[in-house]
Design a protein around this ligand. Structure first.
Ligand code: NI
Length: 423
């Protein structure tokens, strides 16, 4: 990605600089949002505090499995809020717990904390201080929002039951949810349901999208190694050419989705890198191809994996090379359970957010899927506002929109209250 134009940088500065601007932007959103909610909502003071916390996290991003300072920051804020917690749950994971009244219901709310190996190009005053590492997916905002939800529920006498606040490390492909579940998350904190959200650039700021069923894709990382026999480029008959075999393989693999998967189903197989050879006059000995596959139904996985196996075996036979596919699967499809999707939607209406129930699922993945394999729950998208060039999720000019902190925190608090009341 190229550097930002001066106009783009100025625009980003204008959007983000003073905290009060963000507060007035949210006040305008509230004013146009209909009758007030009786549950406590975020005060301007708490919004300013969360904005400052979010920007601190943004300036100090840490990669997956390395979220030590982030976890310490979260613990410090939980201590300030007077909320008890357990740290070191599945690595740098933290679970804070609030219990009120005598109701038995127990609900989990989750945020992720890790950043990405991306060089930030926003020019923001609170841009990353950690070169090559960036909060380019808004997990800084998710963490601040969950702290906000904890603050709201801690100061609200109107609910009864238990709420667990899950601060998860290593979401970006490093098994954070798996590690927390393996560390006994649902045994030590026996939640009945679990909820979470992801900010969504391109969706109007503060709008909450709730899906019935599939929300996000499952996927896997593909590595295919082709081993041939290296030799002189002028004497190909003495070699087994893995580069030519790779060319045929790449084209043939594109028939797996188009010819084997039901056209009404959804799947993607993208081959994204290819490496092989060192000299223009030597036929290479080995080629490595890497890519990703994505799908929305677990049954589709076997169709694609079968297609990859068959195609690799066929190319190996045809060209006399060895073709070895290795596929590492992700955690699964993010699928909302019907009752919890309804609760998520009711909570969104209660906090006066605009609710969308008509959005198509995404082919991006989320390891929240692993929680939904253990407990009923729902994962929603909260609009981050206009999609700008380079400011999409994982883009170098992305930034979490602080104006949505109130709706995100309020929705999380409200979905817990609504779910506990429904029990
Ligand atoms: Ni993310």
């Amino acid at each position: 990605m190229a550097g930002s134009s001066p106009a783009m940088t100025a625009e980003l500065h204008a959007r983000h600089s003073p905290v009060p601007d963000v507060v007035s932007q949210y006040s305008a959103m509230l004013a146009s949002a209909g009758p007030p909610n009786e549950s406590p909502t975020l005060t301007p003071e708490l919004h300013q505090k969360l904005t400052a916390w979010r920007r601190h996290l943004h300036a100090h991003p840490e990669l997956s499995l390395q979220e030590k300072a982030t976890a310490a920051f979260v613990q410090e804020k939980l201590t300030e809020l007077g909320i008890p917690f357990e740290a070191g749950v599945g690595g740098h994971g933290i679970v804070a717990t609030l219990t009120r009244g005598s109701a038995q219901g127990r609900v989990g709310l989750r945020a992720d904390m890790d950043a990405l190996p991306i060089t930030e190009d926003t020019g923001l005053p609170y841009a990353s201080n950690n070169p090559g590492v960036m909060h380019a997916c808004g997990h800084d905002g998710h963490t601040a929002s969950l702290l906000g939800a904890a603050a709201l529920l801690a100061n609200d006498p109107s609910w009864s039951g238990t709420v667990d606040f899950i601060f998860q490390p290593a979401e970006e492909g490093y098994g954070g949810s798996r590690a927390m579940v393996a560390a006994g998350l649902f045994e030590r904190f026996p939640m009945d349901q679990v909820f979470g959200f992801h900010n969504w650039p391109g969706l109007q700021a503060g709008t909450i999208a709730v899906h019935d069923g599939v929300v996000m894709a499952s996927g896997g990382r593909i590595t295919i190694t082709i081993e041939g026999h290296a030799g002189h480029a002028g004497m190909p008959h003495l070699t087994r050419d893995p580069v030519m075999a790779a060319g045929h393989l790449i084209v043939a693999l594109q028939s797996v989705v188009s010819r084997s998967v039901d056209p009404l189903d959804t799947a993607v197989l993208s081959l994204c890198t290819i490496e092989g050879g060192t000299a223009p006059n030597q036929i290479a000995g080995r080629v490595t191809i890497r890519g990703t596959l994505r799908f929305h139904r677990e049954g589709t996985k076997d169709i694609i994996l079968g297609g990859i196996e068959r195609t690799c075996a066929g190319i190996a036979t045809s060209f006399g090379v060895k073709v070895s596919p290795e596929i590492v699967m992700g955690v699964g499809v993010v699928i909302n359970t019907p009752a919890e999707a309804a609760l998520a939607s009711i909570a969104a209406e209660k906090v006066r957010a605009e609710v969308r129930r008509d959005l198509a699922p995404s082919m991006a993945g989320e390891d929240f899927a692993h929680y939904l394999q253990q407990r009923p729950g729902a994962f929603v998208w909260i609009g981050n506002g206009e999609l700008r060039d380079g400011a999409e999720l994982h883009g170098p000019r992305y930034d979490f929109n602080d104006a949505i902190l109130p709706v995100a925190s309020s929705w999380m608090a409200e979905v817990a209250r609504t779910a506990l009341n429904a029990n």
